[in-house]
Design a protein. Structure first.
Length: 325
């Protein structure tokens, strides 16, 4: 590969637009092709980024010489595009969550292991200065409890997101970010017990409130509270309170804090790269060491969300994952 990374995009919707803008700012990357099942969306993105437009990803993969692919599609559509990109021998960046079921995710993960392909999943919170410094500070400490929340009004929107069979509901599609950060900062989650209910948004078949108890492999306990029936002006999400010793560390993306004060906990000035910069550099150089979110790790976050839904469905605790990856 030359210095220029030639990229194709599968999906040109809201999530993809942010990555398209980030990639456009990288002088060593070029958006060669875009694909969306909605032709108007594909044509619009193609015109904006000087790319070729397609309405089927296989046609794009066959027609274009690419170095990597971004996959930014609804939850229910994952599986076939990833496998086709792997068949084409290309690395990929895929938005979270990686699938609607563990069966699909395990199938893709097995192909990745076999091909040793470079992958990156869009859990961008891990690439923040606050995440890096908090994880380093917590290393070696005995965590007693972690309490996360994802509270918003997204359930009042429209479209596939509010259809349980297509999105898996809030805990799969949205609060997966919070669960992923709880895993990243506090260790693996091995068991869940979830109570979820539809109390407000009677026009949808998704739970709109939830409380999920978590057990960590370390012995720590935790919980996650979720709601997406609030007014759309409310956004209180991806917050994690971590309790250890006599301290409560409140993690968020911008300004984590600790009570009581502890001078050892602070953010440093080390420069950070965005998740897109990390992925593009890995594709360019072949060095994957800066990728914090490979596909197989992201499957573990999906497994927690799906176990929570299974628990809410029959009212019993669930082991996470079903089997080792």
């Amino acid at each position: 590969m030359g210095d220029e990374v030639r990229l194709g995009f599968i999906g040109c919707g809201g999530n993809a637009s942010g990555h398209l803008r980030q990639v456009k700012q990288d002088p060593t990357a070029r958006i060669v092709a875009v694909c969306d099942v909605a032709e108007e969306a594909a044509q619009r993105a193609a015109a904006e980024h000087g790319a070729q437009a397609f309405t089927h990803h296989k046609a794009m993969l066959d027609a274009c010489k690419l170095d990597a692919v971004y996959i930014s599609i609804p939850v229910f559509a994952h599986g076939e595009p990833e496998l086709d990109v792997l068949d084409a021998g290309l690395p990929f960046f895929v938005e979270k969550p990686v699938a609607i079921s563990l069966a699909i995710a395990h199938r893709v993960a097995a192909r990745i292991r076999k091909s040793k392909s470079l992958t990156c999943v869009g859990y961008q919170l891990r690439y923040s200065q606050s995440a890096r410094c908090t994880k380093a500070f917590l290393a070696g400490k005995t965590i007693g409890m972690a309490v996360g929340r994802y509270l918003c009004g997204t359930g009042r929107g429209t479209g596939w997101l509010r259809q349980f069979a297509q999105s898996g509901g809030q805990i799969v599609e949205q609060a997966t970010h919070t669960l992923d950060m709880m895993r990243y900062l506090c260790g693996e989650i091995v068991e869940v017990y979830s109570a979820q209910a539809n109390r407000t948004l009677k026009d949808i078949d998704c739970y709109d409130h939830g409380a999920t108890v978590l057990k960590f492999a370390s012995g720590a306990v935790g919980c996650l509270t979720t709601c997406w029936a609030l007014d759309n002006s409310v956004w209180d999400a991806n917050i994690v309170d971590i309790f250890f010793d006599r301290y409560r560390l409140t993690w968020n993306y911008q300004a984590p804090s600790i009570q009581p004060a502890n001078e050892a906990f602070k953010l440093d000035d080390a420069p950070m790269k965005t998740i897109d910069q990390v992925f593009l550099e890995a594709v360019r150089t072949g060095d994957r060491s800066a990728i914090l979110t490979p596909y197989e790790d992201a499957v573990k976050s999906l497994a927690v969300s799906l176990a929570a839904n299974d628990s809410a469905r029959d009212g019993s605790p669930k082991r996470v994952g079903g089997r080792e990856l």
